[in-house]
Design a protein around this ligand. Structure first.
Ligand code: GCB
Length: 599
């Protein structure tokens, strides 16, 4: 089948498929799940690159890799003899001249591939920040927008014997209609930032599944499995040896198999992060996963984990390894960040402000850390820009699809600190919330609010969008951006914030580790004592918050952000970490740890 015919079919079958199935089974254009459990080859390592600050590579058609043919010819670009960059990894930290770079870099990798007759081949990117145009053997095969979610292209009919040339145009320019948009308080690490895999499958394979505890039950597992390919209807078995389960089901003509069977698993929790080896076997494919079973739900103003009230002892984390000053992407990076969180006494982490790499989620699950996962719908997003809601929907589907089988993900957060005066904002977020619930009703949903006032020591949450979410998540910086107006333990709340649980999703202030420059009771000297006092006051204030169900300091460790320009105290780092960028513990760390130990 030729290429255009192939894509037409894919597009057509998606449309036909969606009209046949209920909304909560719409799958979008996203990548297949459980990559590590499949037959893969990694394309990580050194890639040749062309740095293209003016963007002229499109005009020169870099993907064609033209070569001089006559004696008088010359070509003004070449991958040969040029620099190389490591994949996965951000490009900014790999070469000094790329530190501040926002623009295009062309990446090239060659590979050979012996595809078994009748099998299919996909190229899968864990994430590319921000836009990717992917070319194979001189042809554009597709593109993707969004820096934190996976995507793939089928290349079964596009590979050739011998060497194949893969070229990816990566562009990390911030965009007015991007997600996130033009302004954000973290480092815009560009590049092929996560693993790249070739995935070989049978002609029909298990593309996706959702296996979890049935809501409101501890004795039943339910979900579905989706087959992709020419043999959609298949006998499928689910085996969980440790539970003596050998369940049989069958996919229908759309490739969907229903899953429902009794089981009495040990429930996953921070105290007992029990995972079960689950084998899914169809007639043509077999996959293994480690799945945990738990319930997370609301009862009035309480969050219940496995039926019991739980207080979320959290911390905010950006996807950055501060010790190396790089975007975090590896198992080792995940271990560094999550071990710190555990040392602080957390049972919960807010992975801000975009979906982090899979290693973070998987390791957190093994360590017993509940996760808040978030979309990069941040502050001044232009909701009314054409195509914006489609981008948001797609990113939502990509995020949920990748991680819905990870039981430690207990909260989907759809946005952070958007503004009620932005045209289209309320409607867009209300619709997104409905879609999220349609895709996954087994988790709690929130969006972070910081449209509130503070007068006469009274906190007034006037942005009532929270009525649409399960949890009211509030960012407040009393004691840092907003001076206290009375005793912290006497703060009043108006209106009494509904009958929902509240999480203080951000609070804190900046301190430079070891700062000894000026008076300790003045903010302008970034002292550890000033930050420590903010934490002590905040803890006093927590007792005044109605329905408080969790807190999340901003944040675990200092992180790079070029908007933080003070030449003595910041030097391009947001210093709100409880740890310095070298991992040193600031005084506030001990205040927070002590609070969590007693909680
Ligand atoms: C916020 C944002 C977070 C910022 C933080 C700060 O409200 O949600 O992304 O980085 O404040 O440090 O000011």
């Amino acid at each position: 089948m030729n290429k255009s015919g192939h894509f037409f079919l894919l597009f057509f079958s998606t449309i036909a498929f969606s009209s046949l199935i209920p909304f909560n089974l719409i799958f979008g254009q996203s990548a297949m799940i459980n990559v590590s459990g499949r037959n893969t080859a990694l394309l990580n390592g050194e890639w040749q690159v062309i740095i293209d600050p003016t963007g002229i590579g499109d005009w020169r058609e870099v993907w064609k890799e033209k070569k001089p043919e006559r004696k008088t010819d010359f070509v003004e670009y070449s991958f040969e003899g040029g620099p190389v960059l490591n994949v996965p990894g951000d490009f900014n930290s790999q070469k000094p001249e790329l530190t501040f770079y926002e623009g295009t870099i062309w990446y090239k990798k060659t590979f050979t591939c012996d595809l078994k007759n009748g099998n299919r081949l996909f190229i899968h990117f864990g994430a590319v920040n921000y836009k990717a145009d992917v070319y194979l053997n001189g042809e554009l095969i597709g593109n993707h927008e969004g820096g934190f979610t996976p995507f793939q292209f089928e290349i079964t009919n596009l590979i050739q014997p011998g060497e194949n040339r893969l070229i990816v145009k990566v562009n990390n320019l911030r965009l007015k209609d991007g997600l996130p948009g033009l302004g954000y308080d973290w480092f815009n690490y560009g590049g092929i930032t996560r693993d790249v895999h070739l995935i070989e499958t049978e002609s029909s394979f298990i593309e996706d599944y959702f296996i979890r505890l049935q809501e409101h039950s501890f004795n039943e597992v339910s979900g579905w499995i989706k087959i992709n390919g020419d043999k959609l209807s298949q006998n499928i078995e689910i085996r969980i040896e440790d539970l003596n389960i050998n369940y049989k089901t069958r996919s229908n003509d759309d490739g969907i198999a229903e899953v429902k069977f009794p089981a009495k698993p040990d429930l996953w929790s921070p105290e007992n992060p029990r995972l079960y080896k689950v084998i899914i076997q169809s007639e043509t494919d077999s996959l293994s996963d480690e799945i945990g079973f738990r319930s997370i739900e609301l009862k009035g103003t309480k969050i219940l984990l496995n039926g019991k009230p739980v207080f979320l002892k959290g911390v905010n984390i950006h996807e950055e390894n501060p010790l190396k000053g790089v975007k975090a992407f590896s198992k080792e990076d995940a271990a560094l960040l999550l071990n710190w969180a555990r040392e602080l006494g957390c049972n919960f982490v807010r992975l801000a402000h975009y979906p982090h790499n899979e290693y973070m989620i998987e390791l957190a699950e093994k360590m017993g850390l509940m996760v808040w996962e978030e979309l990069p719908i941040y502050q001044h997003i232009e909701f009314a820009e054409p195509g914006m809601t489609d981008k948001m929907d797609l990113m939502l589907r990509e995020m949920i699809r990748r991680d819905r089988n990870r039981c430690n993900v207990v909260i989907w957060s759809l946005s952070n600190e958007t503004y009620d005066f932005t045209p289209g904002r309320n409607n867009a977020l209300i619709e997104l919330t409905k879609k999220c619930r349609g895709l996954d009703s087994t988790r709690l949903i929130t969006s972070v609010i910081n449209n509130h006032g503070y007068n006469n020591n009274t906190f007034n949450v006037w942005d009532t969008l929270f009525r649409y979410f399960d949890i009211i998540s509030l960012n407040e910086y009393l004691g840092w951006y907003i001076p206290w107006q009375g005793k912290p333990e006497e703060v009043k709340w108006e209106p009494v914030v509904d009958n929902k649980p509240v999480i203080i999703s951000e609070f804190g202030g900046e301190a430079l580790y070891g700062s000894n420059y000026g008076p300790k009771d003045e903010a302008a000297y970034w002292s550890e004592e000033y930050q420590e006092k903010i934490y002590k006051d905040q803890i006093e204030m927590f007792s005044t918050v109605p329905n408080l169900s969790g807190v999340c300091p901003w944040l675990l460790v200092d992180y790079r952000s070029f908007g933080r320009m003070h030449p003595v105290y910041q030097k391009g780092w947001n210093r709100k970490g409880l740890l310095s960028d070298k991992g040193e513990k600031k005084k506030a760390w001990f205040v927070m740890k002590n609070y969590y130990n007693k909680k």
